[in-house]
Write a protein that binds this ligand. Structure first.
Ligand SMILES: Cc1ncc(COP(=O)(O)O)c(C=O)c1O
Length: 393
């Protein structure tokens, strides 16, 4: 992370990440879950686009004591950046790479007997921490059938000295809705699998099934850890959770830029590729240095941004590096623009953007590409910049 005079960022477009908001969202969840359940901060996908190491540090400071990512690469990257907290990879890791995980004290997810055989054979005396995953309703990853269960347990017994069964988990498909039938069913199945594991002499120390929605809406049912993802970033997992949230969520990310060009166009002039927008009268067009290569989708044509203290419609197609907005009068180069966040009494949320784009809020910060520098704020002051284009890790 670069500070003050070391800061290297030569463009206007940036994602501002308010670490105070992350801290507040984690602290509230820690309190909400009480003593029985702890927070495992889910910082996969560059912490949902927010910046993995900064979010991890902040979440740990706020009371989380375990981290989760999706890939071994993400876990290695966190270790290389100095994160020493317990860390688990939730996705599938090729078994020939397990010793890399062992060397960096990274726990892996396992659910296939063949994987245990292959990983065990490659460990050569080392011991790998594992979290056993059960598929109770996602049909994605995890032990699903009884045959798979028995084969897995048999393989584990064969290779018992190569593995330390640290955890066991499942993932809920529909914890973010009022209808809890599938959730109840998954929970019940998971409990049965845990009992079977215990019968087979395997007793994982950490048991985790809750995601943000399940942990927020039914904390009394949570087990040792809640894998806390989207709500840590201040976004609700669904409208139902938003409407019934047990505590306030503070969105952590704002997307901002500045006007780089302004031109007056006349009736009949067109804007952008395909000349899809044609002015009906004289008007001003402001060019913003953000486009689909930054994660601001072409689909956003027709949406709006906040320019100074006014809403301004996006006109014409969004280009790779720029998009254009219509403004009622001539404005200065450098005028402040907010695409997600608050400005001039207006607000655009990730949910607004997601609704317009026909997707979910999760996708919006994840889509912000590495070309967008992340600016980290504490007490409204910049405490660091991470600009991957210029080599920041
Ligand atoms: C296995 C797993 N656990 C936990 C999470 C966190 O879920 P959420 O962001 O809804 O809290 C995810 C997110 O995709 C996940 O895939």
């Amino acid at each position: 992370m670069k500070h003050s005079n070391e800061q290297r960022m030569y463009r206007q477009t940036r994602a501002e990440v308010n670490l105070d908001a992350i801290e507040a969202n984690v602290s509230r969840m820690v309190r909400h879950l009480g003593d029985q359940t702890k927070v495992m901060a889910v910082v996969k996908a560059n912490a949902y686009g927010h910046g993995d190491v900064e979010v991890a540090q902040t979440a740990l400071k706020a009371g989380a004591d375990h981290l989760a990512v999706a890939t071994l690469d993400e876990a290695v990257s966190l270790r290389e950046k100095g994160i020493q907290a317990p860390l688990v990879v939730l996705g599938w890791t090729p078994p020939n790479f397990v010793s890399i995980a062992v060397d960096l004290d990274i726990a892996l997810t396992a659910f296939q007997a063949d994987w245990i055989e292959a990983a065990g054979a490659s460990l050569e005396g080392k011991t790998c921490k594992l979290h056993i995953k059960f598929d109770t309703g996602m049909s994605r990853l995890g032990i699903r059938t009884s045959d798979e269960f028995h084969a897995f347990v048999k393989a584990l017994h064969t290779w018992s000295s190569s593995f330390d069964i640290e955890g066991c988990f499942t993932h809920f498909a529909a914890a973010d809705q009022a209808d809890t039938r599938l959730l109840d069913q998954q929970k019940q199945q998971f409990e049965q699998r845990l009992a079977q594991l215990e019968k087979a002499g395997i007793t994982p120390r950490l048991v985790h099934s809750e995601n943000s929605a399940a942990g927020m809406m039914a904390p009394e049912r949570a087990v040792t850890y809640c894998r806390y993802g989207i709500a840590m970033y201040g976004l609700a997992p669904s409208k139902w959770v938003l409407d019934n949230s047990p505590f306030p969520l503070e969105p952590a990310l704002a997307l901002r830029t500045n006007v780089v060009a302004v031109r007056k166009i006349s009736a009949g002039d067109t804007v952008g590729y395909g000349a899809e927008y044609m002015a009906e009268k004289e008007e001003y067009i402001a060019t913003l240095p953000i486009g689909y290569a930054d994660g601001w989708l072409r689909h956003m044509k027709g949406f709006y941004v906040i320019v100074d203290d006014q809403k301004a419609p996006i006109v014409g197609r969004v280009c790779m590096d720029q998009c254009m907005v219509a403004v009622p009068e001539k404005i200065d180069i450098g005028t402040d623009v907010t695409l997600i966040g608050n400005q001039g009494g207006h607000s655009i949320t990730a949910d607004d953007v997601a609704n317009y784009a026909g997707t979910i809020n999760y996708e919006i910060p994840c889509l912000l590409s590495l070309r967008v520098p992340r600016i980290f704020l504490r007490n409204k002051r910049i405490i660091g910049i991470r600009n991957k284009v210029l080599g920041d890790k």
